[in-house]
Design a protein. Structure first.
Lengths: 116, 114
C-alpha cells in the first residue's frame, strides 16, 4: 500500500536557521506529493505541491522537489521565522484512487518550533 | 467565502451516547472527506463522498456513519461513542487544480469520550 515516512520531531531551531524536514514515500502508482501545515488550534492548510518528477513546489519561502529516483519530497526553507512554528505533514495521492477523490495518505507530522 | 466550517469545536460525550458532527462548505466542491487525527498517527480517512447521494468508506469507518443529501453538507454520525473515538476530527472538501486534487480543511472538532 501507499505510505509516507517523515522525519520525526519535534524539531527546534533558532530564527534565521536553515530548515530541512525529510519525507520519503512508497506508492503503487504515480503520486502527487504535498506538504500541509497546521498552525496551533487550526485545520491543515496546503503549503505546496508537486505533481510530477523533478517539479519543485514553493510557497512562503518553503520549497520541495519531487525526486522520483530517491522517492523523496524534502521540505526546505533558507531562513525560518518564529511564525513558521507549526506541525508539517507530508502527504501523497494517487490519481484514480476512490473514484477520483484522490485519497490523501499522510505522514505522522513533524512539529517545528522556532526560537527567537 | 467561509470555506469549510465545522461545529461544534469541542464536545465531551459519555460512552454509548450518540452525536453528529456537522460540516459545511460553500465552495461548491463535489468531493468531501472526514479524517481523524490522533497523536503520532497523522490523519486517517474515515468516510468520503464524491457527490450528493454518494458515500464510501475510508480506512477507519467502524463506528461512524455519513450521508450526503446536498453538495454543501456532509455530517458525520457517531452511533454509540466509545473512548477509542476520542480524537480531533477534520472535514475537508477538495477540487482538482494543476493536475491534482487540493483539499481544504475545516478547523476541526475535538471530541472526548469518557
Amino acid at each position: 500500500g501507499d505510505s509516507v515516512t517523515q522525519m520525526e520531531g519535534p524539531v527546534t531551531l533558532s530564527e534565521e536557521a536553515f530548515l530541512t524536514i525529510n519525507c520519503t514515500y512508497t506508492a503503487t502508482g504515480y503520486p502527487s506529493l504535498f506538504w500541509y501545515v497546521q498552525y496551533p488550534g487550526e485545520g491543515l492548510q496546503l503549503l505546496l505541491k508537486a505533481t510530477k518528477a523533478d517539479d519543485k513546489g514553493s510557497n512562503k519561502g518553503f520549497e520541495a522537489t519531487y525526486r522520483k529516483e530517491t522517492t523523496s519530497f524534502h521540505l526546505e526553507k533558507g531562513s525560518v521565522q518564529v511564525s513558521d512554528s507549526a506541525v508539517y505533514f507530508c502527504a501523497l495521492s494517487v490519481e484514480g484512487y476512490n473514484f477520483g477523490n484522490e485519497k490523501l495518505t499522510f505522514g505522522t507530522g513533524t512539529r517545528l518550533t522556532i526560537i527567537p | 467565502n467561509a470555506g469549510v466550517t465545522q461545529t461544534p469545536k469541542f464536545q465531551v460525550l459519555k460512552t454509548g451516547q450518540s452525536m453528529t458532527l456537522q460540516c459545511a462548505q460553500d465552495m461548491n466542491h463535489e468531493y468531501m472527506s472526514w479524517y481523524r487525527q490522533d497523536p503520532g498517527m497523522g490523519l486517517r480517512l474515515i468516510h468520503y463522498s464524491v457527490g450528493a447521494g454518494i458515500t464510501d468508506q475510508g480506512e477507519v469507518p467502524n463506528g461512524y456513519n455519513v450521508s450526503r443529501s446536498t453538495t454543501e453538507d456532509f455530517p458525520l454520525r457517531l452511533l454509540s461513542a466509545a473512548p477509542s473515538q476520542t480524537s480531533v476530527y477534520f472535514c475537508a472538501s477538495s477540487y482538482r487544480a494543476g493536475g491534482a486534487y487540493e483539499q481544504y480543511f475545516g478547523p476541526g472538532t475535538r471530541l472526548t469520550v469518557t
